[in-house]
Design a protein around this ligand. Structure first.
Ligand code: 7PM
Length: 278
């Protein structure tokens, strides 16, 4: 499947595309004023669009490993105004990073194109809501629960187990009536994985393409990159770009990144070579 069926028609995935991460976290230096946050988010969205992002992923913080739970009301209060504001300035496909069925439903009504769920639609009601809509979904693998998943991740065969989980979730989606051209899979780098697990998944990322749906990879600025590159306080953008390049060469068709501009530039080089005629 080298395209996704989105609200506005087919979204080409014959070449890798960039998903820019738009964080909608309340600013700790403000008193949580909505308009201030919204302005900041919109400015960031404009920048990423200008830098060449193909999709924007809006996250209301609830799915972050180790993050404290955010209520559906709080999450919606953060993301819905951002969805509406970005929609007012651009037609760029939007995804929403959420695991709550209630949030999915409201985000779909507000006009998002993709639900990005770190729980792969396993929460109550989530599968039914996506099935009854026209949006696409990103199914991510996670071992354990966000607050404890990094304590002792364990696999006998990390690549095989991730593929088998994702195959089951793809099948659950199909049975619910979600066609393959609405499904993306993601190994979930850093979600219940040691550095070695993450490296094995990146090395063998190509095997995930056997699931027959596009693969998304999100390694941007994660601990695996910072550890390998010894970047603890400085920017891990260069390592993140290298990881995105490796993932693209191994078949990932959506790269979820913070540093849009350098990743877009690097990916232009990759596509010029990997998709060269003759
Ligand atoms: C703290 C730790 C804050 C980790 C944020 C994160 C993914 C995702 C995230 C991913 C998909 C981050 C993560 N990661 N959705 N949401 N794939 N589909 O680094 O790898 O952004 S949250």
């Amino acid at each position: 499947m080298s395209y996704l069926r989105l609200r506005n028609g087919k979204f080409d995935l014959s070449r890798p595309k960039i998903m820019g991460i738009l964080n909608v976290t309340p600013d700790s230096f403000s008193d949580g004023g909505q308009f201030f946050d919204l302005d900041k988010a919109l400015k960031h969205a404009r920048e990423m669009i200008a830098d060449g992002a193909d999709i924007l992923d809006i996250g209301g913080e609830s799915t972050r490993p180790g993050a404290q739970e955010v209520s559906a009301e709080q999450e919606l209060a953060r993301i819905i105004p951002v969805i509406q504001a970005v929609r007012a300035i651009s037609d760029i496909p939007l995804s929403v990073d959420t695991q709550k069925a209630e949030v999915m439903q409201a985000a779909i009504a507000a006009g998002v194109d993709i639900i990005n769920d770190v729980r792969a639609l396993q929460n109550d009601g989530a599968l039914a809501i996506v099935a009854s809509s026209k949006v696409a979904v990103c199914l991510m693998h996670m071992q354990g629960e966000p607050d404890t998943m990094q304590i002792a991740p364990h696999y006998v065969d990390v690549v095989g187990e991730v593929i088998s989980f994702l195959a089951d979730r793809v099948e659950a989606c199909r049975l619910a009536g979600i066609s393959d051209d609405r499904i993306i899979v993601d190994p979930g780098f850093g979600f219940g994985k040691t550095l070695q697990h993450n490296l094995e998944l990146l090395k063998h990322l190509g095997r995930l393409t056997s699931l027959g749906v596009p693969v998304l990879a999100g390694m941007s600025r994660k601990k695996m990159i910072r550890e390998l590159t010894d970047c603890h306080n400085e920017s891990s953008a260069a390592g993140s770009v290298a990881a995105a390049v490796l993932a693209a060469i191994r078949g990932a068709r959506i790269l979820r990144v913070h540093d849009v501009k350098p990743t877009v530039q690097a990916l232009k080089l990759v596509t010029a070579i990997e998709w060269m005629d003759s």
